[in-house]
Ligand binder design. Structure first.
Ligand SMILES: [Mg+2]
Length: 384
């Protein structure tokens, strides 16, 4: 089987509500590139990449990408590398893509996910089998509260918890007083059994500010604090001075980042993404390096649609270190929505059948490839 063609679509799904975070600046969620990869056998693979112009590594170590830059990369650099090749040559294709262009992991990720979808369909196995097999068959969701007024955040958290979410992730980092007050209010409303985690998206001014705020949150039992500041050495200083684990996200993209984090003792947790390292193949490498130095993770992402979310679930199944509840979207087409908000960020989706949500967790799809079917009519509806 050979790769013969492709189609890129820019898709914008209607959001359930505005989703904000401290470093967000101007880019809204939900403008994603969807890739349809075609073969001479008629089999089709799907990839998705939630490229965001204002999402990058600490100190601009990694740059923002957009749906438009991703399409340019695929058109002019990456498709010429993969045309005529077998979807089973995923490692060699990554090496060839890296020889063609440095960086641009979100563009490479779209291709990588579509290759795994095709490879799984060819071999009639779910993608997690191609990543080494499943350590778990479901991924607990962490319901993410964007930055919003505290009263609204608490009401949304209560509803998400009533709908089964056992972990609430609060976006912080813009206003220390508000952040501590929100955590206090969440703990009071949710009781002792729900996990509360915070993510400042590099928003605090200094390590010492982050340490003070984290100490003020500790009486309310936070699970961990995610990327309070950008700098690796500041992260290490914070990790040394607070009593809760620190998670690296913006600072954890590649296997080399994990080694640096470990060398500096800058975090004991990372947010493992499909996209930051450039796809499932590379994410598996990140997970392996992290596991070898005792770093554990959740599965993170950028509020993917059904295709990207399925890729996240397969990674979460196969990565032994992915023990923590994860911000994976409960992807559901409009007809299958029932008013639930736990893990729901869009009012519709481009997959035909909803992902299965059960008791606070998403079940890992068991069909061949990604195990989701794309609804091409929805592509027409939401293409921009
Ligand atoms: Mg984060």
């Amino acid at each position: 089987m050979k790769i013969t063609g492709y189609q890129c679509y820019f898709i914008k799904l209607p959001p359930r509500r505005v989703h904000n975070w401290a470093s967000k600046m101007n880019t809204p969620i939900g403008s994603h590139l969807l890739l349809r990869l075609e073969t001479d056998s008629g089999l089709v693979g799907w990839g998705e990449t939630p490229a965001i112009a204002t999402w990058g590594g600490a100190h601009m170590m990694y740059y923002g990408e957009t749906a438009q830059t991703v399409q340019h990369l695929i058109d002019d650099y990456l498709f010429p590398v993969i045309e005529g090749r077998s979807p089973l040559e995923i490692g060699p294709i990554h090496a060839a893509m890296d020889r063609m262009v440095k960086g641009h992991p979100y563009a490479k990720s779209a291709i990588d996910i579509a290759l795994y979808d095709l490879a799984g369909k060819m071999l009639d196995v779910p993608v997690y089998q191609l990543l080494g097999g499943a350590h778990r068959d479901r991924i607990a969701i962490a319901h993410s509260l964007g930055i919003m007024e505290n009263d609204k955040a608490v009401a949304e958290a209560e509803q998400a918890a009533a709908e089964g979410a056992r972990t609430i992730k609060a976006k912080t980092g813009l206003d220390p007083v508000r952040d501590v007050e929100l955590v206090r209010m969440l703990r009071e409303a949710l009781g002792p059994d729900i996990n509360i985690r915070v993510d400042a998206n590099e928003g605090y001014h200094s390590a010492s500010e982050a340490i003070r705020i984290t100490h003020q949150m500790e009486p309310y039992n936070i699970l961990f604090t995610e990327q309070p500041v950008a700098d690796l050495k500041d992260m290490a200083y914070i990790a040394h001075h607070v009593n809760v684990p620190v998670m690296a996200d913006e600072g954890a993209w590649t296997p080399q980042d994990i080694l640096h984090i470990h060398q500096h003792r800058a975090a004991e947790l990372i947010s493992l993404y499909v996209t930051k390292p450039g796809g499932l193949y590379r994410a598996n490498q990140v997970a392996t390096v992290a596991e070898s130095v005792g770093i554990r993770s959740d599965i993170g992402g950028s509020i993917e649609m059904g295709v990207g979310c399925a890729a996240n679930l397969h990674l979460g199944a196969a990565a032994r270190i992915a023990e923590f509840a994860s911000v994976c979207s409960v992807s559901r087409p409009k007809a299958a929505q029932n008013g639930q908000i736990a893990g729901v960020y869009y009012l519709d989706d481009i997959i035909k059948d909803p992902l299965v949500y059960e008791d606070g967790a998403l079940l890992v799809p068991q069909g061949p490839g990604l195990g989701v079917e794309v609804d091409e009519a929805k592509i027409q509806q939401y293409a921009i």
